[in-house]
Design a protein around this ligand. Sequence first.
Ligand code: SF4
Ligand code: SF4
Length: 488
Amino acid sequence: MEVRAQLASVFHLDKCVGCHTCSVVCKNLWTDRRGSEHMWWNNVETRPGTGYPPLWEDQERHRGGWVAHGGELRLRLGSRAHVLDQLFQPPTLPTLDDQYEPWTYRYGDLLSGAPADDLPTARPVSAITGRPVDPAAGPNWDDDLGGSAVYAAADPNLAALEPAERAALLELDQLVFFHLPRLCNHCLNPACAAACPAGAIYKRGEDGMVVVAPERCRGWRMCVSACPYKKTFHSWVEGRSEKCIGCYPRIESGEPPACFQACTGRIRYQGVLLYDPEAAGRAARAPDDRLVDAFREALLDPADPEVIAAARRGGLSDGLLDAARRSPIDRFVRQWELALPLHPEFRTLPMVFYVPPLSPVRAVRADGARPVSGAVLPAAADLRIPVGYLASMFAAGNARVVEEALGILTAVRAHRRARTVGDVTAADAARRLSDAEITEETAEAIHRLTVFPTLRERIVHPPLGREVESEAAPGLQGLVGMRRRLRS
Ligand code: SF4
Ligand code: SF4
């Protein structure tokens, strides 16, 4: 058995308040330069909605990610020859209208204008041409849906719903939304790296972060086309690609990534995942309805003596294995099976996982039935955000894994309400725990890590500082080798 490690993340969507602090912190730290106005390495979307860039999930249009053909993976963008053929004008890039024309204001007009009776205003002007513009799109243009169902109605994931269910979701007085923070997933099988003709994108051996080597980037922009999450960007000033670097300089000096540290909702967790590279390769090729299960099967138990022995043989350090055993990601993703990958059908094996959100109970189901009256906690079918919608986002359409995750979340709530509020009977709470196949101890552990985590519990890093534990590197190298195998 071969054992590899990767730094992975979990975002708990029930806790995100949509404050955009994460986006602003990231922007101030990394992309406040001219040429990177449109780069939102971290952005927060309102769902249902179209996201940023709009309709990034529509791979018929953007042709990002991988497709499995006869057990083989191919870039949706096309073969290597096809990629080279399109070198000078990749046809599937987001346009300026998609990512908006960066604008600024002539603030001087406010100070130098002649005295007048009306309030002075500064019209927006293009940051590129200096000419006046009327912005009509932006990174969070549809924030909180802007009081309209128009953006929600364009969400590609609604195609997974029955017409009656879709119509019920979009009724304005029933409309409910949640926030989806997104950044580069630092995928195990990154399409951006596979598509780069210059070989400028690589996974760091130390932590698995996917980064661009600026001195090698020739600005071909194939990574922008190939990333199905649209998380690489082209700088119109530097003439090269840039993307989230996972705040590795901060991690190497013992700090959490900036967006994790600043997150007001404390929704962000980070830690080590151990995985079997061969099984991960199989997971990337699995049929859609098996993708999440196959992904989980590739993850390894860091407390298993066989895994520990194999990891040591492979050069993984004791410090790293200790961090893997304390990893909140291992608990949310592998042990509790609560956190799910975003669009696993893109087959990049993303390393950011999401705990799906609960939502208010519907007054009337799409089939006309009313939810059980008096029930304090709803069944998954009674939630206003339909399971089919969440399954389209987080499980390649597999409703079962979403229902199981929602069942665990409601069971934990029932358990806690029975203990603290008293409006759920002990028998009902016990039944829900049993239905969700978790024990009281597990429910308590989920509650603890969800509600009261300290920063040290949310962010558990192995000793990654090169000067501290340089022997960590050999065990983690080979991630790139795995990528090459998946490409071949
Ligand atoms: Fe590359 Fe995955 Fe990040 Fe996209 S999300 S830039 S494919 S590592
Ligand atoms: Fe959500 Fe945290 Fe970002 Fe606020 S800072 S939008 S809570 S992820």
